[in-house]
Design a protein around this ligand. Structure first.
Ligand code: PLP
Length: 362
């Protein structure tokens, strides 16, 4: 099987598996005061360091969560409520291209009485000028993703953070797709908080983290045992956290090599099928190629490719299963470090065959 769906999930890195086995054998509750508990706590602190390294955030707090969705909810809802409590701010701004995790968190905030404003991104990338015209000190929180799951388009996050911060408004950045595929500079971005998810960078599914500036007020979205300084109650998943940390440390950022492989594939796709590449005019993740191929239905294409042992996606995997996808005909190829040039040229050859067969069937 040639796997070209790394934006849906990635293969567990051997380093992560090893760290998880070790943590599972040794793991105890890090909240316990005894030696096994203290040992587990040291491991947790080491894992926090690995996440800080991944995001270049040496002084930030790290809150462990169950993944990107939870990190997004904790941040967006927690920051909004904290700022409303402190300053009476009532508005929430997000972009139209956000992941459902953010959109649903914003819906919850609307139910809680916030006014939710959605910023258009007609070409897939928001314009900071549009944002500048709507941001003011009555905004409780802003959500902007670093890179889009389907198109890979990188948003102008630094500009957005600078504008928001000038009004004292916190910004939550969903970096779930960016982490592991591109370098994240937490402080240069100017983000208040940033969500990552282990399974997108070679760690296990079901664990993630929220990187958050120190001393930022966050109202917890649920309460319980008071773990993570009360910001995320619930016993720690030690083994999963250890796997995430090992995957973070094993991440290789060979972005130029990745982009070069993707560009060769993409040039072939355009030449052979007339594909239109989404977001090509914008900065993009180096591994992502989202295309519209004329006359091709995305789901039919994915099925036909699957029969030829090539895994691709029609839009985002998490929406595909529930039937909701991007525009008809949208196809996503997302590369991983282990994809060879040979695999990509094989995948291109089969893509061309499949497109030609599907066009004949019309
Ligand atoms: N945010 C983005 C941009 C994503 O692509 C995803 C998952 O695909 C999520 C959030 C949710 O992450 P998780 O699957 O870890 O809950």
């Amino acid at each position: 099987m040639i796997y070209l769906d790394h934006n849906a999930t990635t293969r567990l890195k051997p380093e992560a598996l090893e760290a998880m086995s070790a943590a599972r054998v040794k793991g105890r509750n890090p909240m316990s005061l005894h030696r096994p508990g203290r040992r587990a706590r040291v491991q947790l602190d080491e894992a926090r360091e690995a996440l800080r390294r991944l995001c270049n955030a040496p002084k930030a707090d790290v809150i462990f969560t169950s993944g990107g969705t939870e990190s997004d909810h904790i941040a967006l809802r927690g920051l909004a409520h904290a700022r409303r409590r402190a300053h009476g701010a009532t508005k929430v701004i997000l972009t139209e291209v956000e992941h459902p995790a953010i959109k649903c968190a914003a819906e919850t905030l609307a139910e809680d009485g916030f006014e939710v404003i959605t910023l258009d991104a007609p070409s897939g990338r928001i314009d900071p000028k549009d944002f500048e015209s709507i941001v003011d000190s009555d905004v409780a929180v802003v959500a902007v993703m670093l890179a889009h799951n389907t198109t890979g388009i990188v948003q102008p996050v630094t500009e957005i953070c600078n504008l928001a911060n000038s009004h004292g408004v916190p910004v939550h950045v969903d970096a779930v797709q960016a982490a592991g595929k591109t370098t994240i500079e937490f402080y240069q971005l100017g983000a208040t908080s940033l969500a990552v998810s282990a399974h997108k960078f070679g760690g296990p599914r079901g664990v993630g983290a929220l990187i958050i500036q120190k001393c930022v007020d966050l109202v917890p979205i649920w309460s319980g045992g008071g773990q993570e300084e009360g910001k995320r109650s619930g016993s720690h998943a030690n083994a999963l956290i250890a796997g995430m940390a090992a995957a973070a440390d094993a991440t290789i950022f060979d972005q130029d090599a990745m982009a070069a492989k993707r560009d060769v594939f993409e040039a072939g796709l355009i030449a052979e099928t007339g594909a239109q590449i989404l977001g090509a005019e914008h900065p993009r993740l180096p591994n992502t190629c989202a295309a519209i191929i004329g006359g091709i239905d995305g789901r039919a294409f994915v099925k036909a490719m699957d029969e030829k042992y090539i895994a691709v996606s029609a839009g985002a995997a998490c929406h595909a299963a529930s039937g909701g996808m991007g525009p008809a005909g949208q196809i996503r190829f997302s590369l991983g470090q282990q994809n060879t040039e040979k695999e990509l040229s094989e995948a291109l050859k089969i893509t061309v065959e499949v497109v030609s067969n599907l066009r004949k069937e019309r």
